[in-house]
Ligand binder design. Structure first.
Ligand code: 6PG
Length: 483
């Protein structure tokens, strides 16, 4: 169907672009679309229903002319160079006052650079994190926009209409200037990595220590999803264990190779957390384990050289005892504690980044936007949102009264679960990192007086003291008689 002028234009008709365009059209917006390959545009226009006002455009010029002014354009191409290429194409066709959005997983530094370049031409550039995959984009994603406020206001009705809803509110909010939106999406993905690692850990423990079958795993994760663990990732985990292979009819999960791939956002989250000196070990270990999982050949060789501890017949009596003490309920409670810790690290990261990079984030809004539509949506985010509403400047979720209570009451479950994993040799690095983080975060004494002494010993890096103000250096060699 041909329409006069589009309310919004989408450039890039991959899976996400197509799904968003249909979502917008469902909500009564007139959508102009353009893809580099004409046949993709044509096929898409034929796929759209007669009631959906979609206008296919076959050149960037036609696309720009097909939009109401000021234009609103959403770029939906692969992150990296393709985004720059599209902006280059648009540059001569757009005018001051137009709004350009990048809906991909772009690196926040690229978004800063592009925003600056377009701002010089009077064009409002929004970095828009979009989560929820193909299904989310089609039916209601979680949307994380950042950039100039007035640019957001211009597209706000569209974004609010297509977003997921939680408790009747749209899961979209203006998050802050510059690259705030893409930064939040990056950390979303880092948390996603951390939660997926915890789920991988629990799967390993339930399968290798407690001997659960795929059918039993479906039951366990489904029932977990009914209560406090209610979340997208737990929900799909149950469904995955239930899935049979189309080709062989066997349980699909057992046919999939255990080598985890990654596109990069988890690494970026870990890297930026390191740069900002924000501890986020659950993201770090999740990235490291994906890397380790890919070392297939090396792991096979090591299993021979080192022996595979977690095979039942190789277990010591002690390991058997620890395994015998583990219950499904322990694992459930440990997982919930691990989830809280993982979100806590992500929000602590955002809090520091907001200050250092001037992102001006309201963490309550971030929690609110993540309540539905995204990969890390969970019932827990309601409690997290409440925590930031009570204390907007809360340094760490573990310091929140309610969440601290939950963690305290689960510390033993986490420890028992980690003990069983350590004794039997089933790696559970996400849960282990979470336990170490909790214990270190609440420690009134940590052994880094030794680290400081060592640094001063070998590098004269100086240290501070409990009993006196100032910076000190000791001549460590004097006592050794100058040796
Ligand atoms: C989302 C997802 C999405 C994508 C991840 C996958 O929020 O919808 O996070 O952005 O699926 O980037 O990341 P990896 O390939 O790195 O696991």
């Amino acid at each position: 169907m041909t329409i006069a002028l589009g309310d919004i234009g989408i450039m890039g008709l991959g899976v996400m672009g197509r799904s968003l365009a249909l979502n917008m059209a469902d909500h009564g917006f007139r959508v102009a679309v353009y893809n580099r390959t004409d046949s993709v545009t044509r096929d898409f226009a034929m796929q759209a229903g007669p009631e959906q006002q979609v206008r296919p455009c076959y050149s960037p010029e036609e696309f720009a002319a097909a939009l109401t002014v000021p234009r609103k354009v959403m770029i939906m191409v692969k992150a990296g160079q393709p985004v720059d290429a599209v902006i280059e194409t648009l540059q001569d066709l757009i005018r001051p006052g137009d709004v350009v959005m990048d809906g991909g997983n772009s690196h926040f530094r690229d978004t800063m650079r592009r925003a600056e370049r377009l701002a010089a031409e009077g064009v409002g550039f929004l970095g828009v994190g979009i989560s929820g995959g193909e299904f989310g984009a089609r039916t209601g994603p979680s949307i994380m926009p950042g950039g100039p406020r007035e640019a957001y206001e211009a597209v706000r009705p569209i974004l609010e209409a297509i977003a997921a809803r939680a408790d009747g509110q749209p899961c979209v909010a203006y998050l802050g200037p510059g690259a705030a939106g893409h930064y939040v999406k990056m950390v979303h993905n880092g948390i996603e990595y951390g939660l997926m690692q915890l789920l991988a850990d629990t799967y390993a423990l339930l399968k290798r220590i407690l001997g659960l079958s795929n059918e039993e795993l479906v039951e366990v994760y489904s029932s977990w999803n009914e209560a406090e663990l209610d979340s997208y990732l737990v929900e799909i985990t149950a469904k995955i264990f239930a899935r049979r292979d189309d080709i062989t009819g066997a349980g699909l999960i057992d046919l999939i190779r255990g080598e985890a791939a990654q596109l990069g956002t988890g690494v970026w989250t870990a890297q930026t957390a390191m740069d900002l000196q924000v501890p986020s070990p659950n993201v770090d270990i999740a990235v490291a384990m994906r890397n380790l999982s890919a070392l297939d050949q090396e792991r096979r060789a090591a299993a021979v050289a080192l022996g595979s501890l977690h095979e039942r017949e190789h277990r010591t009596a002690q390991a058997e005892d620890a395994a015998a003490l583990l219950t499904i309920e322990d694992v459930r409670r440990a997982l919930f504690a691990g989830m809280i810790v993982t979100y806590a690290q992500g929000f602590a990261h955002l809090r520091t980044a907001s200050t250092v990079l001037g992102l001006d984030l309201r963490l309550e809004d971030v929690a609110s936007v993540w309540r539905a539509g995204c990969i890390i949506r969970s019932a827990l985010l309601r409690d997290i949102r409440a925590a930031f509403r009570r204390q907007p400047e809360l340094a760490n979720l573990l310091a929140d009264r309610d969440l601290a209570g939950t963690i305290a009451s689960r510390r033993e479950d986490l420890a028992r679960t980690v003990r069983a994993a350590a004794s039997t040799g089933v790696p559970a690095p996400g849960l282990m990192a979470a336990l170490a983080y909790v214990d270190a975060y609440r420690a009134d004494w940590l052994p880094f007086n030794l680290t400081q002494a060592q640094r001063d010993y070998f590098g004269a890096h100086t240290y501070r003291r409990h009993d006196q103000e100032g910076v000190f250096h000791t001549d460590w060699f004097a006592e050794e008689g100058g040796s």
